[in-house]
Design a protein around this ligand. Structure first.
Ligand code: GLU
Ligand code: MG
Length: 588
C-alpha cells in the first residue's frame, strides 16, 4: 500500500504545517523526473501482479474462524528465507494495512513472451505454499476480498477489545488498533485521516433484506458517544474506520510501457475497463457480519479513507479550506491522459492552479499537468521528520507521498529517479478471488487485453463521466448479470494515439442517441459479444491468439482462463467443489 520508511511520523497538526513544503518539493521532483525521462523509449513490456492475503485461523473445536494478527512475524520469516538471502528468489513479500495481511508478488516481473502466461498461476501457487508453510497449525492463507466477520466481537486472534474512547488511531467501536499493521505508517494514516476530516470516517453499506431482516434495520451502539449514532444510516451496515476498507484484499496488475506516450494511452484505455472487470471479479458481499446489498469493496474503501472536511465535501460553505473536492482520495480517475482522451474529459476537475501553471511553465503539456495538479490538491497524510530534507534531483519521496495516497482505479507511475524502471501504469479495481486459478485467469485476461489494445490500436474511450456511472453500477448486487454498462460500439475507429486527437473531436460527444459512439451493454455482451451490438472481448482475444505463436501447453492454459472469464460474464460459472480449507488444496 505504498511507501514504507523508517522514522517518526508527525501528527496531523505538524504534518499540516509541512503540507505546502512537501507539495512544492514533490512537484520539483516530478518535473525533474519528467525532464530526465520523458524521452525514454523502447522499454520492454514488463508486468507483474500483486495479491493480498489474509492470515486466518480455523478453530474446529470452538467452531471459530479468526484473523491472526501476526503478519509482521510471517513477513519477517518470508523475507528472511527469501529475498534477503537470494536476490533471485521467485517471490517477494510486503506488508499491508491489516496486521493479519501480507502481500505477495513474483520475484521478477514477467516479460513480453506468451509462454510466461503459463507461469503466473504456478508462481501464485509458490507464494501460497511458501507462506502457508510458515504458518502455525490450523492457520491458513486466504485470498478473500472482505473477511465476513471483520469488526465483529472477537474477530481477531488474539482477541482485543476496540478502544473508542482512548487516544487510539481509529477510535472505532468495532475494530481494535491491534488489527492495524504495526509499522507506524499505517496507524499514522489512520489517525491523520481522522484528524484531517475532523471526525471518524463513516461507511454505510446498504443491508441485504431477506424476510428475517428487521425493517427498518437500525442498530444501537452502547459504547458510542453520539458520533456513530449520527453517522449511521437506517437500513445500512455502519462502519467507522479505515480498517474496514484498507483491511480488504485485492488483485492488482502493473505494466511497464515502452514510453511515456504508450503508458498514457494504456492508462486511458484500461480506465474504461475498471468498472467492467470490477463487476466481473465482484467478491465481497459481507461486511461486519452482515449480508450487504453490494458485491464489491470499492465504495467501502473509498469511504474508509475519506479525509475530506465538511467544507470540502460541500456540507458547509468554504471558509477554512481551499477547495470543494468531489471524491475521496480512494476513487475513480478524474481525467484521461492521452491526447485521444482529451475530448472525453468531461468531469469537473479541481486542480491546484499554481501547481498547474508551474508544470505548464516547465514544458509539461496540459493533460499531464492537470492530472498532477489534481492529485496535488491533497495534503500529505504521513510525513517523517527525518525525511523532510531531500535531494530533489535524486529522490522522489515527496512526490510519492502525495501520489501513493491517491488510491485511484488506475495509477500513472513515473520511473523512480536513477533506476532502470520505465513509465508504468497500475490497474487497481479487481477483487481478489479464492483460488490461484481464478486470480491467474483475471490477471492473464487483463494482460492479454493490453496486448490486443496495443497491437490493434483499439480505442475503448467513452466520456469519463460514463465510466464513473459504470463504476457505481459495477458495485451493485448482481451487476455482473443484471447491470448495464456504457461501452464503446466501434473500437476499431478510434483516434490514432500518435496524433493529437483533434481530428475526430467533432463527433466525440454527440448527444443525439443514435449517433453516440457508445451504448449500454451487459457484461455478457461486452465479454462474449452479441450479434449486431458488439463483437465481444473474448472473440477478439481468441483472434489475437490464433495469430500468435504460442506453445500448445500455454495456449491450453490461456484458453482455460478465458473460459472462466466467459462463464463469469454469462453467469454460468460454477465454482469447483474444491475445499479451499483442506490441506490438499494447499499442496496442489
Ligand atoms: N487493499 C486495497 C484494495 O483492496 C489496495 C491497497 C493497495 O493499494 O495496495 O483496493
Ligand atoms: Mg497492496
Amino acid at each position: 500500500m505504498g511507501l514504507l520508511t523508517q522514522g517518526s511520523p508527525l501528527n496531523w497538526e505538524n504534518t499540516k504545517k509541512y503540507a505546502d513544503y512537501i507539495r512544492s518539493h514533490g512537484i520539483i521532483q516530478f518535473i525533474n523526473i519528467y525532464n530526465n525521462l520523458k524521452d525514454r523509449q523502447k522499454d520492454v513490456l514488463k508486468w507483474g501482479d500483486e495479491v493480498e492475503y489474509m492470515l486466518v485461523e480455523l478453530d474446529d473445536k470452538d467452531e471459530k474462524v479468526q484473523l491472526v494478527l501476526n503478519g509482521d512475524e510471517v513477513l519477517d520469516t518470508l523475507q528472511g528465507q527469501g529475498e534477503k538471502i537470494n536476490p533471485n528468489h521467485p517471490t517477494l513479500w510486503r506488508p499491508e494495512y491489516g496486521s493479519y495481511m501480507i502481500e505477495g508478488t513474483p520475484g521478477q516481473p514477467y516479460g513480453g513472451t506468451m509462454s510466461e502466461f503459463n507461469t503466473v498461476e504456478s508462481n501464485m501457487g509458490k507464494r501460497r505454499r511458501e507462506a502457508s508453510s510458515v504458518l502455525n497449525q490450523n492457520e491458513i492463507l486466504c485470498t478473500i476480498t472482505s473477511f465476513p466477520r471483520l469488526g465483529c466481537p472477537g474477530f481477531t486472534k488474539p482477541e482485543y477489545p476496540p478502544t473508542p474512547f482512548e487516544s487510539g488511531a481509529s477510535k472505532s467501536l468495532f475494530f481494535p488498533d491491534e488489527a492495524i499493521n504495526h509499522h507506524p505508517r499505517f496507524s499514522t494514516l489512520t489517525r491523520n485521516i481522522r484528524h484531517r476530516r475532523g471526525e471518524k470516517v463513516a461507511i454505510n453499506v446498504p443491508i441485504f433484506k431477506d424476510k428475517c431482516t428487521p425493517s427498518p434495520f437500525v442498530e444501537t451502539f452502547p459504547e458510542d458517544d453520539g458520533e456513530s449514532a449520527r453517522a449511521a444510516l437506517p437500513d445500512h451496515i455502519y462502519m467507522d474506520c479505515m480498517g474496514f476498507g484498507m483491511g480488504n484484499c485485492c488483485l492488482q496488475v502493473t505494466f511497464q510501457a515502452c514510453s511515456i506516450d504508450e503508458a498514457r494511452y494504456l492508462y486511458d484505455q484500461l480506465a474504461t475497463f475498471c468498472p467492467i472487470v470490477m463487476a466481473l471479479s465482484a467478491a465481497s458481499p459481507f461486511y461486519r457480519g452482515h449480508v450487504s446489498d453490494i458485491d464489491c469493496r470499492w465504495g467501502v474503501i473509498s469511504a474508509s479513507v475519506d479525509d475530506r472536511t465538511q467544507e470540502e465535501r460541500g456540507l458547509k460553505p468554504l471558509k477554512n479550506d481551499k477547495y470543494r473536492i468531489f471524491k475521496s482520495r480512494y476513487d475513480s480517475i478524474d481525467s484521461y491522459l492521452s491526447n485521444c482522451g482529451n475530448k472525453y474529459n468531461d468531469i469537473d476537475l479541481t486542480i491546484d492552479e499554481d501547481i498547474y501553471n508551474q508544470l505548464l511553465g516547465a514544458g509539461i503539456d496540459k493533460l499531464l499537468a492537470q492530472h498532477i495538479a489534481h492529485l496535488f490538491i491533497r495534503d500529505p497524510l504521513c510525513v517523517y521528520e527525518e525525511k523532510l530534507q531531500q535531494d530533489d534531483e535524486n529522490e522522489s519521496d515527496h512526490f510519492e507521498n502525495i501520489q501513493s495516497t491517491n488510491w485511484q482505479t488506475m495509477r500513472f507511475k513515473p520511473p523512480p529517479p536513477n533506476s532502470d524502471i520505465g513509465w508504468r501504469v497500475e490497474f487497481r479495481p479487481m477483487e481478489v478471488q479464492l483460488t490461484d486459478f481464478e486470480n491467474a485467469a483475471y490477471v492473464v485476461f487483463v494482460v492479454l487485453l493490453t496486448r490486443v489494445i496495443l497491437s490493434y490500436k483499439l480505442d475503448f474511450l467513452i466520456p469519463l463521466s460514463k465510466v464513473d456511472e459504470n463504476l457505481k453500477m459495477a458495485q451493485k448486487r448482481n451487476a455482473v448479470k443484471d447491470g448495464m454498462f456504457y461501452f464503446r460500439k466501434d473500437i476499431f475507429k478510434g483516434c490514432n494515439p500518435g496524433l493529437d486527437g483533434t481530428s475526430s473531436a467533432q463527433n466525440g460527444l454527440e448527444t443525439d442517441g443514435a449517433n453516440e459512439e457508445y451504448t449500454l451493454m451487459s457484461i455478457d455482451t461486452i465479454i462474449n459479444g452479441q450479434e449486431g451490438v458488439f463483437q465481444g472481448l473474448i472473440p477478439i482475444l481468441n483472434c489475437y491468439l490464433e495469430n500468435m505463436e504460442v506453445d500448445v501447453d500455454t495456449r491450453c492454459t490461456i484458453l482455460n482462463y478465458l473460459k472462466l472469464i466467459k462463464k463469469r460474464a454469462s453467469g454460468t460459472f460454477e465454482p469447483q467443489c474444491c475445499n479451499i480449507f483442506s490441506p490438499e488444496f494447499f499442496q496442489s
